[in-house]
Design a protein around this ligand. Structure first.
Ligand code: GPK
Length: 829
């Protein structure tokens, strides 16, 4: 039988093209075939979008080839794998990234040009995959790219939301949210796996049964849905390795609701069935605040349960018992969102695989690692016990048991210190009894990671102090990084070419430490000249976009000053706007000759506010109100412009970041766990204007304090300053700009009142008032540096040259070696 199967496989293989060819003629053929047979358009008449579809399907074929080989190779080698569990991924577009990582960008460009198309134009046809909110979600995407490139045997798991992050529509300066039904136009980057499905259970009761004389728990579910896998191949750069991001979609379960069809109400039965799909329908758009919503908890369990079943199935395909489980499986919790995975693994091992509790617990403690992305206790997730008990009754029992054992152990270690015991308990006995997901994750993980050194210090001394004192060896940090493939090679091709030319190699694309080689040319006049040209081209691209979008013409000689990120009070977009008002006010009061000395600025801002975050929405409106005033003031002209870029997302970032001269990262010290936007700007040679927060402290170490504009209170000064409060009688400049808003200078007087209240009148929690003076000084220093273009360009080159440490390749290698214990597994070409 084996011989026959083999002969059949050989026969089929002989019929196939073994490897798709990548010469321009073959590529043209493949694109046209896809236009005709996949997209079903006539090859004599198709538009740019259809050409994009044909093109991306031909790329997809090439991805699949490598992906099959990689998966087969992993299967044969059976290495320890890391499973990255994350509820959010901000992938953005895939086309350019894929052809670059496959190493066939130029071949495609040529093939398309022979067909009368331009690669860039077709690439613009693609919509973003926005299955996440902000930094945390984009970090997952960067890390997937690094995992593939560094040949690590890794899987990403997540949810296939039908609606990604809302689209931001600005009407009259106010944010409106529109649904992002991103799958409307098809998605060539995923492969539906109709046979990879798992049942996921909810609700019901737990009963005790006797099995072979042993008592065991049986969960009788009240509802069941099916999880279907959608695989997104992630190609590495300079390697054949192509790993899997497996996203789960919810479908009605056939097994479960056969019953309801016998009641005669056929229509209602079908309609009810369809409700299962709501589980994976929409991404929660609140960056970091979650209020114990049932649907959210269902999403978390749905994706965790399907992933764990998949992981255990894969393990059991190659092993007959669990002895080696911890040698083959590492589970990474991206924040606490997937923390139900802990109780799920316990449940499967104990209730379904019949392991003893203590053996299962021994395994759990060796496989989980947890990364936290927050600084604030308020940011920590809590699950109301009532909610958990009704949705997942068995999991609640298991978590109670884990907590009981933990607290007993703790009493032996620290005695009857009730305050401390209650702080550390996984169960919180408050007005609403709840599960502290972070405590659960710390107790059950072998390693807890922070995302920058400053963050790590705060974890040890504040947020997780009690746990750090108990288990200091569990705590580590891995400073975040971003992928230079997406953030230089894809988004800034001219800079990419320039770097390779001066380094004499493209090797930095896989080994980013080589960027330091640029340092020796930082003052070289030729490099400086070419560097300025590249920057100008990118500014032009951005200026065109701004004009197309808003009708505003901006001057290319002005300093492009950018702040783009999610809108949050702690990120202090308001400080930026107050600074702009101050600049405007100064210009207004100048005479002609003083005006001639002003360095012209184009201030560019953008970002989404969570739909329910009122103050953040007011900040967006204020930005528009101020822009309206400034941009229409003839006294000001080109000296100052303010633009809000609507609907900020990954592809907008790819356009904006390379065009920035200056970028702002100005959170109140001690509030930004890391920050990753700054790293993308740094790589692209934008100078930073920043506070000593998050990863900025490490950026300073790499590039030197003289190469960025630093200001504001330090982490350890913040509590004292908060106590003191801002004295408006001393802080006259600050008082004046806030007064202008209060007096209705920009209109909407009543609407902005509560926004002004957050920074004056003694509250000013984020210290805008006390940092204002030094903020203005840093801005003045930036103006001064900009006048000296030679100095500015040198600083810009040194920024790129010092950005190597902030590659996600470094972060991922550190995780692999020091947290997951996995090794590279490179599929032969
Ligand atoms: C942190 F807690 C959270 C969250 O819910 N969402 C999110 O994007 C960010 N983050 C931090 O705010 C950044 O400082 C950090 O760089 C990023 O996560 C990645 O670690």
């Amino acid at each position: 039988a084996f011989g026959e199967r083999r002969a059949k496989a050989e026969r089929m293989f002989a019929l196939m093209d073994r490897f798709l060819k990548n010469d321009p003629i073959s590529l043209q053929k493949d694109i046209l075939n896809h236009v005709e047979y996949t997209v079903a358009r006539s090859r004599f008449s198709f538009d740019d979008f259809e050409a994009y579809q044909g093109l991306s399907h031909s790329v997809r074929d090439r991805l699949i080839e490598r992906w099959h080989d990689t998966q087969l190779y992993f299967k044969r080698k059976d290495p320890k794998r890391v499973y990255f569990l994350s509820l959010e991924y901000l992938m953005g577009r895939s086309l350019s990234n894929s052809v670059i990582n496959l190493g066939i960008r130029d071949e495609y460009a040529e093939a398309l040009s022979q067909l009368g198309f331009e690669f860039e134009v077709l690439a613009e046809q693609e919509g973003d995959a926005a299955l996440g909110n902000g930094g945390l979600a984009r970090l997952s995407a960067c890390q997937m790219d690094s995992l593939a490139t560094l040949d690590y045997p890794a899987w990403g798991y997540g949810l296939r939301y039908q609606y990604g992050l809302f689209r931001q529509l600005i009407l009259d300066g106010f944010q409106h949210e529109q649904p992002d039904y991103w799958l409307n136009f098809g998605n060539p980057w995923e492969i539906e796996r109709i046979h990879v499905t798992y049942p996921v259970k909810f609700y019901g009761t737990v009963e005790e049964e006797l099995l072979n004389g042993k008592k065991c728990k049986v969960w009788i579910p009240g509802e069941m849905v099916e999880a279907v896998a959608y695989d997104n191949p992630i190609p590495g750069y300079g390697t054949r390795n192509t790993i899997t991001l497996r996203l789960w979609a919810a479908k009605p379960s056939d097994q479960y609701d056969m019953e309801s069809y016998n009641t005669g109400d056929y229509i209602n039965a079908v309609v009810n069935r369809q409700k299962a799909e709501t589980i994976s329908s929409v991404l929660y758009p609140d960056d970091r605040s979650h209020q114990g919503k049932e649907l959210r908890l269902k999403q978390q369990y749905f994706f965790v349960s399907a992933s764990i079943q998949d992981i255990i199935r894969r393990f059991k395909d190659a092993h007959d018992n669990f002895d080696e489980f911890q040698e083959k499986v590492a589970l990474q919790l991206n924040d606490t969102h997937p923390s139900l995975a802990i109780s799920e693994v316990m449940r499967v091992l104990v209730d379904e695989e019949n392991l003893d509790w203590s053996r299962a617990w021994g395994i759990v403690c060796k496989i989980f690692s947890f990364t936290t992305h927050t600084v604030l206790a308020e940011g920590l997730e809590k699950i109301p016990v009532d909610l958990l008990g009704s949705l997942l009754p068995r999991h609640l029992e298991i978590i109670y048991d884990i907590n009981f054992n933990f607290v007993e152990e703790l009493k032996k270690r620290i005695g009857m210190d009730y305050n401390r015991l209650s702080r550390m308990s996984i169960v919180e006995d408050g007005a609403v009894k709840s599960i502290r997901s972070a405590n659960l994750s710390i107790v059950c993980s072998h390693t807890v990671n922070g995302v920058s050194r400053v963050h790590f210090e705060l974890l040890k001394t504040k947020l997780f102090k009690d746990f750090y004192e108990l288990w200091p060896e569990k705590f580590q940090y891995k400073t975040n990084g971003v992928t230079q493939r997406r953030w230089i090679v894809v988004s800034n091709p001219s800079l990419c070419g320039l770097i390779s030319k001066w380094l004499g190699t493209e090797a930095w694309i896989r080994n980013v430490d080589l960027l330091t080689g640029l340092r020796e040319y930082a003052a070289n006049a030729d490099l400086q000249q070419e560097w300025k040209m590249v920057r100008k081209v990118n500014k032009m691209r951005l200026a065109e976009y701004i004009e197309a979008m808003s009708g505003l013409k901006v001057c290319l000689d002005a300093m492009f000053d950018v702040q783009i990120k999610r809108i949050h009070e702690y990120k202090r977009q308001l400080l930026n706007i107050l600074g702009i008002i101050h600049r405007y006010d100064c210009i207004k009061s100048m005479n002609e000759s003083d005006r001639r000395k002003v360095v012209p600025r184009v201030c560019i801002t953008g970002g989404k506010a969570a739909p329910g975050y009122e103050i953040a929405k007011k900040i967006i409106k204020l930005c528009h109100a101020v822009a309206e005033k400034i941009n229409n003031d003839n006294d000001v002209g080109d000296l100052l412009k303010l633009v809000f870029i609507p609907d900020y997302n990954v592809s907008v970032a790819e356009l904006v970041i390379p065009g920035a001269d200056l970028s702002q990262h100005i959170s109140t010290a001690g509030h930004e766990a890391s920050g990753t936007g700054s790293m993308k700007f740094l790589m692209n040679g934008s100078l930073l204007l920043a506070t000593a927060d998050g990863s900025t402290v490490e950026i300073i170490e790499e590039i030197g304090a003289e190469n960025l504009f630093l200001f504001g209170a330090k982490v350890d000064e913040v509590p004292m300053l908060r106590e003191k409060g801002t004295d408006m009688r001393v802080n006259l400049q600050f008082a004046r700009v806030v007064r202008m808003i209060r007096d209705g200078y920009f209109g909407f007087q009543d609407y902005f009142e509560s926004l002004c209240d957050t920074v004056d009148g003694g509250s000013d929690f984020y210290l805008l008032g006390s940092d204002f003076g030094s903020y203005l000084e840093a801005q003045a220093a930036a103006d001064k540096a900009f006048v000296d273009q030679e100095k500015w360009t040198r600083m810009s080159i040194l920024s790129t040259a010092g950005s190597g440490r902030f590659s996600s390749d470094r972060t991922i290698q550190d995780y692999a070696e020091n947290t997951w214990g996995i090794e590279r597994c490179r599929c032969p070409f």
